[in-house]
Design a protein around this ligand. Structure first.
Ligand code: ZN
Length: 672
């Protein structure tokens, strides 16, 4: 019987895939790819059509086989799946380094660039340019000994980064607290209490059990009246995968962090970069370490004074000096007093089905596409759903899965990932498919999931990434959708979409009381809009703090003194933080974006792209946010173009000038 992971004629067969399929499928596709590569290189004529396109096909196939595995590992993590996944990671890394270091292949691409440059179109030329760059970054030019070392580093990094993330997930899963008295949990929203009682029932204990997932953490830190409870959760959350009284020492990430940064630095040195930060910029829009530090410094200059005033204001409101675990709680209360609105009070107005319908309407207005839910598609969990994306002539142009709510063994956070990449080669087009994953509060029995506005914004954000993936017209997988897009520009389409969740028109479309169906009352809407810039300075400096920490740690690494994570975070906080941090805070130990994700020496990308997104949205505002010509220009210049063109050129073509920081400062109320 065919291994279902290798059945690429349809959507992934999540009903048939099991853990025993993982390693054999990967081994098979890697072996086939290796054989194909060898055969391709023996051809008498190596051209774009005979070499590059088949290489694109191979990579596309590999990603299709692997994508369901890495997805399942994130959304239905289990011991056996994790073991299979971890067995495969080194195989994948080995393969990609081997291809990246293949000198014959490198020479062939270089020859194609030299010989065919006049015949190739700009997308094809860019593809080759990127490929040549990536060969160099994989160490193709190194002598055999260094090549081996480089390869070994890549292997070790892949393993360590996966371990880092596992430790975070495991220590969260291992942590829970039982509360016997209802008073202990005073202030928590009813749906959180209900879930806590359910968890206790399921575990056969009396009272309520709070686990350490994101919705619970946010609920406690924002709403718990007991300072002791807030502190307990804050400490548990901020010391995930760190030594301390909350988590088992076997989950400690300290040694992994040190090794990860050391190995990244060594790899950068091998291929001629002074630091991993410099290497990271080789594929980004920002040009130099100084440019990034200058950018973050400029933002900090604008935001820190505002954040200081906000924090002083918050302490004045609370009537006492505040600790880190008090911030969300008093912010929420101050917001209620100033804006007369409570985050939880809006939940009944944002039932997920209604929000989705409104979100789809936005996509239809902007780009003329619409969505149809398709049933009968194999899914990994009954909560997941599948939607076809259709153009105005009812042609299916893509699709996406949505897995909206938090549950055990699901990685926290929200993200979009590629299930099937777009391609159009050899007369055949494959439509793109995305995974959209969030961790919203699970619904109460018999109710839809009810979202806070914050969660609505998250959904719009991930959908923005989804549109980037789905609306692409680039024929080659390595440049289609988010592929080949500089990481510091990749958050443009997602942060751009967030703006629509703040539009009064759109708020009308996405809101409808889950019982009465009533839209969000005008008065509540005005109050909600008033919250957009609330404590924006404090939020901004937090992001700047993370970005500076990440970037400086990678830029300043020296083998003799190590990563200095704790020292650097202290220095950064002294410069930009306004909230005092307790000595036990070890947030870096669970900073998966940087230690296991793609944001290493790239966390600044969020702020960088936010500048781009706010500036793009300002262009929409100038003509009405649904102006057809502006949307079409955005689609043509940026959204559909993936990595097929320079990100700055694309921006300038759309906006008629270089990016400007002011729309972001204005949007967040930071500019005077
Ligand atoms: Zn994003």
């Amino acid at each position: 019987m065919l291994n279902p992971l290798l059945d690429l004629e349809q959507l992934p067969r999540f009903d048939a895939i099991n853990v025993t399929h993982v390693e054999p499928a990967l081994r098979q596709v890697l072996a086939e790819n290796r054989a194909t590569l060898e055969r391709l290189l023996t051809q008498s004529e190596l051209t774009f059509a005979t070499l590059v396109e088949p290489m694109e096909e191979m990579q596309h196939r590999l990603m299709r086989v692997w994508s369901p595995v890495s997805h399942l590992n994130a959304v239905t993590n289990s011991e056996s799946l994790r073991a299979a996944y971890n067995t495969c990671l080194p195989l994948l890394t080995e393969y990609s380094t081997e291809v990246g270091q293949n000198e014959a292949l490198f020479r062939a691409y270089a020859a194609i660039e030299a010989q065919e440059s006049t015949r190739l179109d700009p997308t094809q030329r860019r593809l080759i340019e990127h490929a040549l760059r990536d060969f160099r970054l994989a160490g193709v030019g190194l002598d055999p000994e260094r090549k081996e070392r480089y390869k070994a580093i890549m292997q070790e990094l892949a393993t360590l980064q996966a371990r880092f993330e596992e430790n975070v997930l495991d220590c969260m899963n291992a942590w829970s607290r039982t509360y016997k008295n209802a008073e202990d949990l005073a202030g928590l929203p009813p749906h959180v209490l209900e879930r806590a009682r359910e968890t206790a029932r399921a575990r056969g204990v009396e009272g309520s059990v709070l686990t350490l997932d994101q919705p619970n953490y946010v609920a406690v830190i924002t709403h718990a009246e007991s300072e002791g409870l807030r502190r307990e959760f804050y400490e548990a959350w901020q010391t995930r995968a760190a030594p301390g009284r909350h988590h088992d020492v076997r989950f400690d990430n300290a040694a992994h962090m040190e090794s990860i940064v050391r190995l990244r630095h060594e790899a950068a040195g091998l291929i001629g970069y002074p630091s991993f930060a410099a290497l990271s910029l080789a594929t980004k829009m920002a040009q130099s370490v100084d440019e990034v530090l200058g950018f973050l410094g400029e933002l900090a200059d604008h935001c820190v004074p505002v954040a200081r005033r906000e924090f002083a204001d918050l302490e004045a409101f609370a009537g006492r000096p505040l600790n880190a675990w008090d911030i969300a709680f008093y912010s929420e209360r101050l917001q209620q007093e100033r804006c007369h609105i409570a985050e939880e009070e809006l939940r009944p107005y944002f039932p997920l089905p209604r929000v989705l319908a409104g979100l789809f309407r936005v996509a239809e207005r902007l780009y003329g596409i619409h969505m149809h839910e398709r049933t009968g598609v194999p899914l990994w969990h009954p909560d997941a759903r599948y939607f076809d994306v259709l153009d105005s002539s009812e042609r299916v142009v893509g699709g996406f899965y949505l897995d909206a709510c938090a549950r055990a063994n699901k990685r926290n956070g929200a993200w979009m990932d590629e299930c099937i990449g777009h391609k159009k080669m050899g007369g055949r087009e494959v439509a793109p498919v995305a995974y959209l994953v969030c961790n919203f509060s699970p619904p109460a029995p018999g109710q839809p999931s009810l979202l806070t506005h914050d969660e609505v914004v998250t959904l719009f954000h991930e959908f923005g990434h989804g549109l980037h993936h789905l609306m692409t017209t680039v024929p080659y997988p390595s440049l289609a959708g988010i592929n080949g897009v500089p990481w510091d520009a990749v958050e443009l389409p997602s942060q751009f979409m967030e703006n629509f969740a703040w539009s009064p028109d759109v708020l009308g479309w996405i809101s409808g009381h889950f019982e009465s169906g009533a839209a969000l009352p005008e008065e509540k809407m005005q109050r909600l809009l008033g919250t957009r810039t609330f404590l924006a300075g404090m939020q901004a400096v937090r992001q700047i703090e993370f970005a500076l920490f990440d970037f400086r740690m990678h830029a300043e690494y020296r083998p003799e003194r190590g990563a200095r994570a704790d020292e650097i975070i202290e220095e950064v906080r002294a410069r930009v933080a306004v909230v005092p941090h307790p000595a036990f805070n070890r947030f870096a130990h669970s900073f998966t974006h940087v230690f296991s994700g793609g944001y290493a020496a790239g966390y600044y990308s969020y702020k960088w792209a936010e500048v781009l997104a706010a500036d793009v949205f300002a262009a929409f505002e100038e003509s009405g946010i649904f102006a057809e010509d502006v949307a079409q220009r955005f689609l043509a210049s940026i959204l559909s173009r993936g990595g097929s063109r320079d990100a700055l050129d694309a921006f300038v073509e759309f906006r008629g000038r270089k990016p400007d920081i002011r729309p972001l400062l204005k949007q967040s109320g930071i500019a005077a």
